[in-house]
Design a protein around this ligand. Structure first.
Ligand SMILES: NC(=O)c1ccc[n+]([C@@H]2O[C@H](COP(=O)([O-])OP(=O)(O)OC[C@H]3O[C@@H](n4cnc5c(N)ncnc54)[C@H](OP(=O)(O)O)[C@@H]3O)[C@@H](O)[C@H]2O)c1
Length: 345
């Protein structure tokens, strides 16, 4: 399938890491598509903390440059290869995080097929993906909304729905009000759970209540927030904890979870390494479950749940194409509530 010679406007990390080394440039759109390839005209991306770490060079200091950052994307099929049967021109699609991870457990090969590093990502006007590297966009969502789903949405879905071991009436603790935590709040409510959420901001906690949070805790003013979690769960502890803080919050999460409960270990916003006592895990049979986004079939199932429940992602702010550095700096401040999006249509 030939694509007329087109230019692709992209943002690249050039030469060295750092937001100052993010540059706008143009690449050629490949003249031909392989039989199973799909050319997508991308219109939006959303920023994940991983994207910020990738740009500043701490996620993978050995990442080859130049790199187009950002794993999340949304867009419209522009052209398809001769053997593509799933998609046609005009279909609304979302690229999947790990392009080769279609189903089941991941392997080392498909974990190396992630967008926004090591593979080029979605901060581009066009992207070429394998037929199986895409899912359909939930029809009630705009591209700006749907561009939030690929990483934060799917991670939260897997943590709550596939690994959470929860049922209606379970207690779920979400840490903070970033992208992953607010998706986890929404999926936990969808499943009939009770949600306790923490934040550094009372104003954000009020907004979380409006989204359905049952109990709120300000982790800045309540230094011993694990005691409040116990209080809110009649001293039983939470069934599931959405652990995005990592080393800095893990000791308190271990004191907040109930015996045989689950800690879904997702992020390292408060540090990635520490010396940690393992006794609470052992003595209370706590399940610590690492989460790495999810597969294509997880994404398809999540989108079905989102469509049936008419769920809307929480978009905090939308930046324009020329405002990518500002958008990354804004993400880094932690002022956002939910997702930060970049859109160019
Ligand atoms: N494992 C995976 O597959 C996967 C996928 C996606 C993300 N992640 C990771 O998960 C983490 C969260 O990602 P995200 O996209 O949701 O990030 P984000 O949107 O940037 O989340 C930022 C928010 O996290 C909260 N936070 C920061 N430090 C905290 C602390 N010590 N205790 C409690 N809350 C804290 C703050 O909420 P308040 O402002 O309300 O205080 C902050 O606004 C990151 O480390 C990211 O790399 C992992």
């Amino acid at each position: 399938m030939a694509c007329e010679s087109m230019k692709n406007k992209v943002w690249e990390i050039q030469g060295n890491f750092g937001i100052q080394n993010l540059k706008q440039t143009e690449r050629d759109v490949s003249e031909t598509l392989a039989p199973k390839e799909v050319l997508v005209r991308l219109t939006a991306t959303s920023l994940n903390y991983r994207d910020y770490l990738m740009v500043i060079g701490t996620y993978n200091p050995r990442q080859k440059l130049p790199l187009i950052p950002c794993s999340d994307g949304a867009g419209v099929v522009e052209a398809v290869g001769s053997e593509v049967s799933v998609w046609k021109k005009g279909d609304r699609v979302l690229p999947i995080f790990a392009q080769k991870w279609t189903d089941g457990a991941p392997n080392m090969d498909n974990l190396r097929s992630t967008l926004g590093g090591p593979n080029d990502g979605c901060l581009a006007h066009y992207g070429t993906f394998a037929e199986e590297g895409l899912v359909a966009t939930p029809s009630h969502l705009t591209d700006k909304e749907a561009a939030t789903l690929g990483c934060a949405g799917l991670t939260a879905y897997n943590a709550v729905v596939n690994f959470g071991g929860i049922e209606p009436g379970s207690d779920v603790l979400c840490l903070g009000t970033g992208g992953v935590s607010l998706f986890a709040l929404q999926f936990a409510k969808m499943m009939g759970a009770r949600v306790i959420i923490t934040s550094s901001s009372d104003e954000k906690l009020e907004r979380a209540k409006a989204l359905g949070a049952d109990e709120t805790i300000n982790y800045k003013t309540k230094a011993n927030w694990e005691r409040d979690v116990r209080k809110h769960t009649k001293m039983a502890g939470a069934d599931l904890i959405i652990e995005v803080g990592g080393a800095g919050t893990m000791p308190k999460s271990m004191m907040s979870v109930k015996p045989y409960g689950t800690i879904a270990l997702i992020g390292v916003l408060a540090g990635g390494e520490s010396s940690l006592s393992l006794y609470p895990i052992l003595m209370q049979g706590v399940k610590v479950q690492g989460v790495i986004v999810g597969s294509r079939s997880d994404f398809v199932r999540m989108n079905r749940a989102i469509e049936h429940n008419k769920m809307k992602p929480v978009v905090d702010k939308v930046f324009g194409w020329s405002e990518v550095p500002e958008a990354l700096e804004y993400l880094q401040t932690g002022k956002h509530f939910g997702k930060v999006v970049v859109s160019w249509e």
